[in-house]
Design a protein. Structure first.
Length: 381
């Protein structure tokens, strides 16, 4: 078609600030979380649906836990057994054990004394020729055996009195600590079968069904699932914009702006630049900028189209914009059925005249056959 005349709409915000740059982009969640499982297992219960609001710590998904419970019981059993052995070593010998060792030693000493008397008598009689040499040898052997038994029981009695060595106690105490660590790990694994919300937010996507297998490793398209749900805090929204390098110099690091959406053009929100990409996009010749929306409401959704009219002087990002609209001057010849055509990326796009925020290139005296989305080559007038 021909080249319709274009006119740039002059605008002022409710506070009288002139729009210095208009940009379009998409609303995104500032922090989107894809929540994955820490253990592998099969889904046994799902407690949320897409769009549900959840609180921090709320249970979202449960995995089958029979195997993890069995591991925990096994670890607890070994831990309790080792603790009992350590207590026995710490307490030392029981009085009954000491008394028995003492009685055994007394009996051995009595037997030794009896063997000594018998040996002395046998030695005297053998010297007189009354008893044989064999009888003397037998008496000597019985005495030696009784002496060895008494010495052994004396050592045993001393050990019972002293109790276990400190090295044995320290070694057992180390085993108890190791077993306790195994119990703690098994308990953690069991707890991880319940997947909980790390923050308060809204469920954006539910990625699993009951009976599906989830894993902590690599995930194929048709294999086990790597994450179970995605969620975000929809009270923390941004507008993601690609600003042309020719326009980037117009903006300051904390530049304020007014945010509108195509879905609800009559609703305005205050915003402020919160993040600027550290490098430009060479192919698109743009720099990515993210504008924080001060007070988002339920009308805003991630991935919505959004426009930002940056203003010349600062606007506090701590308050939401009131519903007051900026004043925009539009030539009467540009209005058709309470709407106007604006030029965006070389195309004529129809907009409600009351939804203009200032800075748009408006087609004056649009041809009767001009259609929404039609490509145009405007000429300034």
């Amino acid at each position: 078609m021909g080249s319709p005349s274009a006119w740039t709409a002059a605008a002022a915000t409710a506070g009288g600030d002139a729009a210095i740059l208009n940009a379009t982009g998409y609303i995104v969640a500032a922090h989107k979380i894809e929540l994955a499982a820490k253990v592998v297992g099969k889904v046994s219960w799902i407690g949320v649906e897409k769009g549900d609001k959840v609180g921090e710590g709320q249970a979202l998904v449960r995995l089958e836990d029979d195997e993890y419970r069995a591991h925990l019981l096994e670890a607890q059993g070994r831990w309790n057994n080792l603790k009992a052995q350590l207590a026995e070593l710490d307490h030392g010998s029981r009085p009954e054990e000491i008394a028995k060792a003492k009685a055994d030693l007394a009996q051995a000493r009595a037997s030794l004394q009896n063997a000594r008397v018998t040996l002395d008598r046998t030695r005297s009689l053998a010297g007189e020729g009354v008893l044989s040499k064999q009888a003397l040898d037998d008496a000597q052997a019985k005495y030696d055996s009784a002496a060895a038994s008494a010495a052994s029981l004396e050592k045993a009695y001393e050990l019972v009195n002293i109790g276990p060595r400190q090295e044995e106690i320290d070694a057992m105490r180390a085993q108890v600590r190791q077993a306790q660590g195994t119990v703690d790990y098994a308990q953690t694994q069991l707890d991880n079968t319940v997947i909980r919300a790390p923050i308060s937010g809204t469920i954006l996507e539910r990625n699993v069904e009951k009976g599906e297998f989830v894993t902590t490793g690599f995930v194929g398209d048709k294999g086990a699932k790597g994450y179970v749900v995605s969620l975000a805090d929809l009270n923390d929204l941004q507008v993601e914009l690609d600003i042309g390098q020719n326009d980037f110099a117009k903006l300051d690091p904390r530049q304020a702006g007014i945010v509108t959406t195509d879905a609800y053009p009559d609703r305005k929100y205050k915003g402020c630049i919160e993040e600027i990409a550290p490098e430009a996009n060479r192919q698109k010749a743009t720099v990515q900028v993210k504008v924080k929306i001060a007070e988002p409401d339920d009308y805003l959704r991630p991935e919505m189209n959004a426009s930002v009219a940056f203003v010349s002087n600062g606007v506090s990002s701590g308050k939401a914009v009131s519903q007051a609209k900026p004043h925009v001057d539009v030539p009467a010849a540009a209005v058709r059925d309470r709407g106007v055509f604006v030029v965006i990326d070389g195309k004529a796009v129809r907009r409600d005249a009351q939804a203009l925020i200032g800075g748009e290139d408006i087609i004056v005296n649009p041809p009767a056959d001009l259609k929404d989305g039609q490509r145009v080559r405007p000429k300034q007038s």
